[in-house]
Ligand binder design. Structure first.
Ligand code: SF4
Length: 445
């Protein structure tokens, strides 16, 4: 572990001044991403300034106009369980509850969540593969390597990574604002402008500079907020980052769409708003799934899939299915040594699961969507296989009931679901409105 000095801040002005003057200092709140980055040697600050003691930054409050102010230090599970969030903006609660695990959500702050860095395996590889985000100018190993989880929109030859945050997709759809305090005072950054596309400087994920401290995230009141829904497609049912996710917020006149906000996650370096689809969806009937899909496809004409991620656009009717790169399998020597198995997250290449990963990639390259997405297993075979590999079962984070039945709920080493402020089953209980569900289902095929 990289050695570092830790100090605590109790005054925002002093914290901002210290951060502005010292390039080796980083703010830390929950630390759920930063500590992992330091272990992977992707980020090596020499000094950490703990900002958890800063006053008034963990509040969640309703604004008089019907909007919401979420303090940057509010914990994910507290925001997800807050009644004003669940009532007025269920897409935020769902986006949070489908992210990470119960323990992580109890620790991670909202400000840290929207600041988290890509999960590109080359970027996180401690063996220092070519990665422009990690070492500017070294190249991008993912461009011609394993890029199943990477971008289809807005990428450059310098970087094809995606943004991993779930709640950022919901906040982008709702036109939230990030309130930042810096050496020059306070400013509000529209969420669409907060994250950057990679361009020639992929090492910069967002527009924040030295001395900038996120104070809150403001969500404006909107007619669409109440009828909103978040859908996440991933390799396993929980504790996994999105392959593709969609956030939709819809206002209707009867069964006809009056206005809609739509954003995708897992497809670009930033949450990707579908403005063309939003315009095309106006006046479309919620019962006309063909029109819904056709309208959403208007936003996919600019998609540029890579060698292994064309499946991310297969589900819409119009986009090109031709990968931008030759669909050849990268040689195994180009694999990042720290690549986690998609199913069990173990690292060793000798591990049995990697045989499956290997062949899954070939299916993806050959255009076999069913096999690439579902691992080529029928439900019966998949269940039998899951039973064989016990370690594939979910972590004891309050999601996998079976785990608790086997281990004994509440025993040492396991965490009883009721111990968490909110957990994933809560998101399923939110019962999304049919309007938002229809739009988001059309977006995901
Ligand atoms: Fe690095 Fe970006 Fe390329 Fe991944 S996609 S290897 S983060 S430059």
């Amino acid at each position: 572990m990289h050695p570092f000095a830790l100090s605590r801040a109790d005054d925002p002005t002093k914290a901002i001044a210290a951060h502005a003057q010292d390039p080796q200092l980083a703010f830390i709140a929950g630390g759920t991403d930063l500590i992992g980055l330091m272990k992977d040697r992707a980020q090596l600050p020499e000094r950490l300034l703990d900002i958890n003691g800063l006053p008034d930054m963990a509040r969640i409050e309703a604004l008089p106009d019907g909007g919401l102010r979420i303090g940057a230090l509010a914990r994910m599970s507290d925001v997800a369980a807050h009644p004003d969030v669940r009532r007025g903006f269920p897409v935020i609660a769902e986006g949070l509850l489908f992210a990470a695990s119960g323990q992580l959500r109890n620790m991670a702050s909202m400000g840290g969540n929207i600041m988290q860095r890509t999960r590109c395996a080359y970027f996180r590889d401690e063996d220092d593969r070519p990665c422009n985000k990690r070492r500017p100018g070294s190249g991008c190993a993912a461009l011609h390597g394993l890029n199943r989880n990477h971008a289809i929109f807005g990428w450059s030859d310098a970087c094809v990574a995606t943004n991993p945050s779930d709640v950022a997709v919901a906040l982008a759809a709702l036109d939230a604002t990030v309130v930042v305090r810096g050496p020059a005072g306070e400013r509000a950054i529209p969420f669409a402008d907060f994250h950057r596309l990679p361009g020639d400087t992929p090492e910069r994920d967002n527009v924040l500079g030295r001395g900038d401290l996120i104070v809150s995230i403001d969500v404006p009141a909107c007619a669409e907020g109440r009828a909103s829904h978040y859908l996440k497609i991933r390799d396993r049912q929980s504790y996994e980052f999105a392959l593709v996710s969609a956030a939709a917020a819809v206002a209707t006149d009867g069964r006809r769409i009056r206005s809609v906000r739509l954003a995708l996650g897992g497809v670009a370096h930033k949450p990707w708003r579908l403005h063309a689809a939003e315009a095309a969806l106006r006046e479309v009937s919620l019962d006309d799934s063909h029109c819904l899909k056709g309208a959403i496809a208007t936003s996919f004409t600019e998609a540029r899939p890579l060698a292994h991620n064309a499946f991310k656009v297969w589900q819409s009717p119009r986009p090109s299915r031709t990968p931008a790169r030759s669909p050849t399998m990268p040689s195994k020597s180009s694999w990042p040594s720290a690549l986690h198995c998609a199913r069990c997250r173990q690292r060793e290449h000798a591990h049995e699961c990697h045989r499956t990963t290997d062949v899954t990639l070939r299916w993806a390259a050959q255009g076999d969507r069913r096999r690439a997405l579902h691992g080529g297993y029928s439900a019966r075979r998949r269940d039998a296989r899951r039973d064989r590999f016990q370690h594939h079962r979910e972590r004891p984070d309050g999601v996998d009931r079976d785990f608790h039945r086997r281990k004994g709920a509440g025993r040492a080493g396991g965490v009883h679901p009721s111990k968490h402020a909110a957990h994933e089953s809560d998101a399923k209980a939110l019962e999304p409105p049919s309007s938002a569900r229809a739009v988001v289902s059309a977006a995901s095929g």
